[in-house]
Write a protein that binds this ligand. Structure first.
Ligand SMILES: [Zn+2]
Length: 172
């Protein structure tokens, strides 16, 4: 998947310094990942919304149709091309963009080779968040691993402090 698949406005997300995301949306994605885990699958979901200056307001959780792959025991969630297209149409019509891709792992949270090479989130400044243990525990930023895409298209792992500074989970 390439940046062209996103189909959103071309403005980068690298200037975003704060991401506000309501707990309700955090929990929506997390509950889906946990549900997938109970069936023995990894899952993927997205935080979507809009940039307002240097802040990003997350307005919705987007859960695409998906199925588990897992060729060699590696982590893999497949989203078909037509579903990616449907997601981009939805985002475009709602004037939203993806700020974070979240996916679960059976055990440890890290970026696998697959995650490095085939992210849906491919925009500079966007996040990839990996949730350990099939999301069995309540969401906690401290337990997740957060990566941010650098201008050179490489993923940079954020420290716990950097992640907590960037992501503001709100009550509303
Ligand atoms: Zn993975």
């Amino acid at each position: 998947m390439t940046a062209a698949d996103q189909g959103n406005d071309p403005e980068g997300l690298e200037s975003i310094q704060s991401i506000r995301v309501p707990w309700e949306i955090v929990n929506d994605v997390h509950a889906f990942l946990r549900q997938s885990g109970r069936r023995g699958h990894e899952g993927v979901g997205f935080w979507v919304g809009e940039p307002v200056g240097t802040q990003f307001e997350v307005r919705a959780a987007y859960i695409p149709k998906q199925h588990a792959g897992g060729l060699d025991g590696g982590c893999l969630v497949l989203i078909e091309g037509d579903e990616l297209f449907a997601m981009n149409v939805w985002l475009h019509s709602h004037r939203m963009t993806i700020i974070a891709q979240l996916h679960s792992h059976p055990a440890a949270a890290y970026h696998s080779d697959t995650d490095e090479d085939f992210p849906v989130m491919t925009r500079e400044g966007g996040l990839s968040i990996v949730i350990p243990d099939y999301a069995a525990s309540e969401f906690s930023l401290g337990a997740a691993v957060v990566y941010r895409m650098r201008p050179d298209a490489q993923w940079q792992k954020l420290s716990a402090l950097e992640a907590a500074t960037l992501i503001d989970i709100t009550e509303e």
